[in-house]
Design a binder for this molecule. Structure first.
Ligand code: 4GP
Length: 839
């Protein structure tokens, strides 16, 4: 009866309209209210950032009702939740995307306009969370978007880096890295949940003991403890009621440490411990750098994985689940090997902390985890020196040894006497220095393993994970990547989105396959000219942005030929440059030559320690200097390196592109996702048969794709025969001229040594076969130039490219993961109209 009175007293309160209402009037009122009460400003003193924050909070209020309703709908024992573990989430700016998801872009624009401001300016104010390097992190973000769009219960788990990927500036043609202080002005999209803090142990040693039941057990006596504080960002579904959670962990020192030291009078010691602990979530590691010896990186990985697994278990027990059934209510996806320590950590939690026997724990673990591989590059496969691993995670090393012992027993049973195979499959790499092979841990401990494009998945089975494939072929499948059409068409290319919806209805936004209906407009003159006009508008916008950022004036009527992605030798930005120099030489030889005017646009960051990649940036800028300022060129060629490529900038670039450069050495690019964003927005692709290019070409039709270069098989064969780049150099005068120019200093203001490392590399090793592919690329580029002259035909190809990209929606990819790997289904979310103050 006490309970009854309490419940009566806590009669539910209706959620205020000012917090949820979507009308222009309500939005305006809420905006003014937030400016005053949250930012503590009025119009007299408000900065643009204050206005941005006031609007962000207005929008966030509208997420919260959906978010809490979603949590309520999903917090049930029978609901299976997808946990996406990723060291990177490259989310991009939230505000515009949330407006799209809520379907209130137009109302908000009007409300802001009636408040005397400009919505686009406020949107541009947002500092994007750069918590990822490139493809892998952005894929995780697209997947969260699709999971919410499809109402699949899901949590993304990662690290809340205080400094994300560095900001890039270009000085004297070189990349300069600037710390990314993205949290400087606060982050209105996250909500801290300090009450859900968890403890993580590190270092120390282990002790064996026999427990009360007479069982042999091990306890871990750590050297130090840190705590993980979760920060949650709601991730909205597109025009539905679902809002999933991105939960990022911040590392902090446990308070007790401070007090202890403080009581001893060691104030600095206390502060030091705090700073040391907080280091763990300080900074995102750039990829493409050797990780050996990077203890902090391993600490990061273990930290966020341990926090997340403890969180998952707590949630499972909270809804009344039994640990033996964990795999029925949790599907944990490992986004590459970065979180693969989770396999040993879950074993530890189950066996050591929850007293479950090894065999049962191993079954639960294998049935819960699945692993996605994102790269075949041997240097990118993570392995940790045993010594480092053991000193940081002594108990996990023991567990890995035991997993390995049992695993190799299985292998022996299946392949008796095959010791070579045992050595190849072992989780431990033997040798003068021993290593833990993380891809092997991930493969042994997962029930599903996938690559990210058809070709890549085949190569995984054939090369990198061949022995695992022969051992358990049933684990392997392909899940070709996808990207979200909400951010990558609707938000970034609103005019195109409008034209598409006007022509075929707006079903495509949730079902991208419907774009096929555009095919019937491919020859329609009126439609074609609107299509072209939109592209021109987007190009004009980009040209204006280029002028503002670099001072360069480019012609929006020239062919916009774009390569944006991380700078890496295998991606071959320098092959693109070789063609630019070739064109330049032709114009110098014959200034009257008729060529298709082109603007070559590059963007991308190089890993700070990757010298060759940084030299490629310098090369692009040096060539730009020469080409852009030569009167003989007469503005027909322009080369632009746009600094600080990130998601925000991508949103401007993809809609303005006409030619998409996807020119990696065949067999090296796992999938690519930029390639998909370009085609969706009507760019044609020049590319090799690599990664998802293969499937893009299949879908678009080979007549609508500019193919060049060696195939994967040909690359292998050529290397097996013994590749000598000098043969190509000697046999091709145009190529020879270009390489000689690089060496001579004419492209580097006389600095002859500047590009010597590049020239040396190309002539003597050329690991990525630029010289072998040069002629084929040049001829293909020439065909592109020709094709561009027939604008009607070009437009037709462009329309068909967009029309046929339905497959590359991340919704399709997520459906496949749900059906084949996760066994997760949609859960309907009913919006709660009332707030209940007590339970
Ligand atoms: C990237 C791959 O290089 C790219 O081909 C793929 O599309 C993307 O993952 C998503 O699957 N890898 C990384 C990385 O970004 O850090 O390894």
């Amino acid at each position: 009866s006490d309970k009854k009175t309490a419940a009566a007293a806590a009669a539910p309160v209706q959620i205020e309209d000012d917090r949820t209402g979507l009308s222009v009037e309500t939005l305006k009122r809420a905006f003014a209210d937030n400016l005053f009460y949250i930012q503590g400003k009025n119009a007299d003193i408000a900065t643009l950032n204050d206005y941005y924050m006031a609007l962000a909070y207005t929008v966030r209020d509208r997420l919260l009702q959906r978010w809490l309703s979603t949590i309520k709908a999903q917090l049930k024992p029978e609901v299976k939740v997808v946990y996406y573990l990723s060291a990177e989430f490259l989310m991009g700016p939230h505000l515009g995307n949330n407006l799209v998801s809520l379907g209130i872009y137009d109302q908000v624009r009007q409300a802001i306009q009636e408040s005397g401001l400009n919505l686009e300016e406020l949107i541009a104010q947002e500092e994007e969370p750069g918590l990822g390097n490139g493809g892998l992190g952005r894929l995780a973000a697209c997947y969260l978007d699709s999971l919410a769009a499809l109402e699949i219960p899901a949590v993304g788990y990662g690290l809340r880096y205080e400094f994300g990927i560095f900001d890039q500036e270009i000085r004297d043609g070189w990349q300069v890295e600037i710390t990314d202080k993205w949290l400087r002005y606060g982050n209105p999209w996250e909500i801290a949940r300090p009450e859900a803090t968890v403890e993580v142990k590190l270092g120390g040693h282990t002790e064996a003991f026999v427990d009360g039941a007479g069982r042999y057990r091990v306890r871990w006596i750590p050297e130090r403890t840190i705590v993980g504080v979760p920060y949650d960002t709601p991730v909205l579904g597109f025009k539905n009621n679902a809002a999933n959670t991105l939960r990022l962990w911040k590392a902090e020192a446990p308070e007790s440490f401070d007090f202890q030291a403080f009581n001893l009078g060691d104030y600095y010691g206390a502060v030091n411990a705090k700073m040391y602990s907080e280091n763990i979530s300080k900074v995102l590691y750039p990829n493409d750098e050797p990780l050996q010896g990077r203890e902090l990186r391993l600490e990061q990985q273990f930290f966020f994985v341990s926090c997340s697994l403890q969180d998952i278990i707590r949630r499972h027990l909270y809804v009344g689940g039994k640990l033996e059934d964990l795999h029925n209510s949790a599907a944990i996806q490992l986004n590459d090997t970065h979180p693969s320590i989770g396999i040993a950590e879950l074993m530890r939690l189950l066996v050591d902390e929850h007293n479950i026997d090894w065999d049962t724990a191993w079954q639960i673990t294998q049935n819960t985890f699945a692993y996605t591989n994102h790269t075949l590059l041997p240097e990118a496969l993570e392995r940790w020196p045993l010594s480092l691993f053991g000193s940081l995670l002594p108990r996990h090393l023991e567990i890995i040894f035991e997993i390995n012992r049992r695993f190799l027993q299985e292998v022996s049973a299946k392949f008796p006497g095959d010791t070579g195979r045992l050595a190849r499959l072992s989780l431990i790499q033997e040798g003068p220095e021993k290593f833990v092979r993380m891809a092997h841990l991930a493969s042994a401990g997962s029930h599903a393993i996938n690559g990210v494009a058809a070709l890549h998945s085949e190569l995984l089975k054939r090369d990198v994970l061949r022995d695992f494939y022969e051992l358990s072929p049933e684990k392997f499948s392909n899940k070709t990547n996808g990207v979200t059409p909400r951010r990558w068409i609707m938000l970034s290319n609103p005019e195109l989105a409008f034209l598409i919806s006007e022509s075929i209805g707006d079903g495509w936004i949730k079902n991208l396959g419907e774009l096929r209906e555009l095919e019937r407009f491919a020859n329609d003159k009126e439609f074609q000219s609107r299509w072209r006009q939109i592209k021109l508008n987007n190009k004009t916008n980009l040209a204006e942005y280029i002028r503002k950022r670099t001072g360069l004036v480019v012609d929006p009527h020239s062919l916009f030929d774009i390569q944006v992605k991380r700078i890496h030798e295998y991606k071959r930005q320098h092959l693109n440059v070789l063609y630019i120099i070739t064109l330049y030489n032709r114009l110098k030889q014959n200034p009257e030559l008729e060529i298709t005017p082109r603007t070559f646009i590059f963007g991308g960051k190089a890993a700070p320690g990757y010298f060759m990649a940084k030299l490629i940036i310098k090369l692009i800028n040096s060539v730009a200097d020469v080409v852009n300022n030569d009167p003989d060129v007469g503005g027909r060629l322009k080369v632009v390196f746009l600094p600080d490529y990130n998601v925000t900038f991508g949103q401007r670039v993809y809609p303005a592109a006409e030619l998409s450069e996807q020119i990696s050495t065949a067999g090296k690019e796992a999938s690519g996702t930029g390639n998909m964003k370009f085609s969706m927005n009507g760019a044609l692709t020049i590319g090799t048969l690599d990664g998802a290019n293969v499937e893009i070409r299949e879908e678009a039709g080979e007549e609508n794709f500019f193919l060049f270069g060696l195939t994967t098989e040909e690359v292998y064969a050529l290397k097996a025969r013994g590749y000598n780049p000098r043969d190509y150099y000697n046999g091709n005068p145009a190529l020879r001229q270009v390489i000689d120019q690089l060496a001579s200093g004419v492209l580097s203001s006389g600095e002859t040594h500047l590009f010597a490392p590049l020239v040396d590399h190309l002539l003597n090793r050329d690991e990525y076969l630029l010289l072998a592919d040069y002629q084929s690329y040049v001829e293909c580029q020439d065909r592109v130039g020709e094709a561009y002259r027939d604008q009607e035909h070009w437009t037709r190809m462009s329309i068909l490219n967009s029309a046929r990209m339905g497959k590359f929606s991340s919704d399709r990819a997520i459906r496949e993961y749900c059906e084949d790997i996760w066994g997760a289904v949609a859960v309907d979310v009913v919006l709660e109209e009332y707030v209940q103050a007590t339970a």
